[in-house]
Design a protein around this ligand. Sequence first.
Ligand code: IPE
Ligand code: IPE
Ligand code: MG
Length: 253
Amino acid sequence: MSTPAPSPAANHVPPRHIGIIRDGNGRWAAAKGLPRLEGHRRGAERLIEVIDACIDDGVSMLTVFAFSAENWKRPLDEVSGLFKLGEWILRAHLSRLEKRKVRLRVIGDMTGVPEFVRRPLEDVMKSSRDNTAFTLVVALNYGARQEMAAAAQALAADVAAGRLAPEKVDWPAVEARLQTAGMPDPDLIIRTSGEFRLSNFLLLQSAYAEIVFTSVFWPDFDKAQLRLALAEYAKRERRFGQTREQLPPSALR
Ligand code: IPE
Ligand code: IPE
Ligand code: MG
């Protein structure tokens, strides 16, 4: 991947790339006596607000965990409801995304995604390819371990075919075969709903990400909540293995 060397001063500017593990839709709904799917619907609408806030605050990439490779284990009606919702939200807000020059990318195993969602996603990926203002990455049927295994398969195939020497299998070679190839690593990972785990999200890419956990359920995560997370991020000192004394003054809190 083409990630430039991480800058120790990076936390004094907005994170270039934010990853969001949007969680708590079901509990938000249960607390209000509503069906789980209503929590997912409100959560999907929140995403549009958060994209706007990211653009306004100078963030250039947002990866949102929409559906994990493990979420297939949920009841069938919830799974199908989630995909229907995904298709609806894309259609309902497409013109807004176009107006704001959002580029759409998807990571995850698209072959497992129902065609009525895959097709419009592919269309928008194609039509938004030249947008540079902001990139929305949807992690759909995504799992970091599955991504790593696929990269290992690709490496093994290249080695077996004699295209790659085993001793040339280094981090850049792995990175180039991940689904995020060409994307900058996330600087900030936000997880909502009070859970303190990564649930198979961007495990390798988050090696040096700052992580912010908030107890707020995703359907309540608004612009103000994003600003709180950004303020928390700005307080962090990113050292990337160096000592404090080695950091440029601009990187110190
Ligand atoms: C996040 O909310 C959405 C997805 C994982 C698809 P949840 O549906 O996981 O909500 P909780 O964790 O049950 O509250
Ligand atoms: C992670 O949330 C997946 C998404 C946000 C899409 P989960 O609700 O599936 O995570 P666990 O099962 O609580 O770890
Ligand atoms: Mg959950």
